[in-house]
Design a protein around this ligand. Sequence first.
Ligand SMILES: [Zn+2]
Length: 459
Amino acid sequence: MSVTDYVEQNQERFQAELFRLLEIPSVSTDPARQGEVARCAEEVAAQLRAAGLEGVEVKETGGHPLVYGQWLGAPGAPTVLIYGHYDVQPEDPVELWTSPPFVPTIRDGKVYARGATDDKGQVIAHVKAVEALMKAEGKLPVNVKFVIEGEEEIGSRNLAPFLEKNKELLKADVLVISDSAMFAPGKPSIVYGLRGLAYVQVELKGADSDLHSGVFGGAVPNPGFELCKLIAQLKDEDGRVTVPGFYDKVVDLSAQERSDYARLPFDNEEFRKELNVPGLSGEKGWTPLEQRSARPTLEINGMLCGWTGPGAKTVLPAKSMAKISCRLVPDQDPEEIARLLAEHIKKLCPPTVECEVMSLHGGKPWVTPREHPALECANRAVQTVFGEQALFVREGGSIPIVVDFQNILGLPGLLVGFGLNTENLHAPDEHFDLGNYQLGIRLSIELMRELATYKASRL
Ligand SMILES: [Zn+2]
């Protein structure tokens, strides 16, 4: 029997087995559900074993367990590490669900249940792909390792330590994650870049206490005003950040990447209307989509100063504070950018007020080079299953675990999601399109076939 026939004929059972996972309330943040989380790990492990994976183990982590399984019967072929998570968000507010969150219910070709699209449906599609290949062909075209954790929704606290401790076990050539959405329905996209972050807090201090603005105003410096003047100088007329050295390590988008961006189905005016903003701004020379995901930014996240309650209070504030963060792109380094930003702010600050800059939080940007052969493999797999080219996308946010996989295991990665942003993840009535479940299984099969042909090239 061909593998496609096998997937077709086992469609109902594959759904039933997904539903078995969806029935378990593996809410990782809820201590009362610890037993359910553990039970879900066991069920994931059972499905890995049934698929023909070996060395399947529920591994203790210090928090919720993680499920590992592998198949290494393709000597000489690349090894694909597949990551996903079996834990879910809480179901609250439960009264807003049309059907109970842990009773998988099909409506309109979609299964409604907490965790359906995030991430049980997506990760288990890869497991079913392994089963289909093992049953139909007796082997896989690549070596495969699965890491399915139970703490993604609470920040993956124990994942990086697990990767550190198990470098040898987890050795692989490429990382595949399906925990994201397609760019649009029927438009599978491959995410190959994420932005990093540098976050600082700026505090200016004038007098020891707030002063009467009538008695003292004019002679005594106003930290609120100085902060505004200072922040206004951090970007120029063209929306470019003025911090010296800020752009030095930015790797410019290649011609290929800019043409990828141009192909994305995205309308600036629709985007503007959807957000109901009077106009879009941004860095000159780059499209809104590029600005949102492939260019570094500097934004004010919050400001505090003086009297902000109702009515008037004629006060000359003693202090002002702003939280400022930069989204970073490869190869900007969060520590270096925080340092450059702090130095620049201190230089701009007049000697009439005291200035302190604290670094609050940082994260590295991530990219798999666009010309990396694994991306083309994924593109061919998408073409086989969907009949059209994949969309190549960088995302504006950060996913720290992807950076961990790159830093600790040195793995290039592909984020190949087959969920949809409209599937209410983290919200009531979360659902997953069962057609996409089926396509996801087929895509995983084709991806393994394609990845078998590429020569591992390490980043
Ligand atoms: Zn997720």
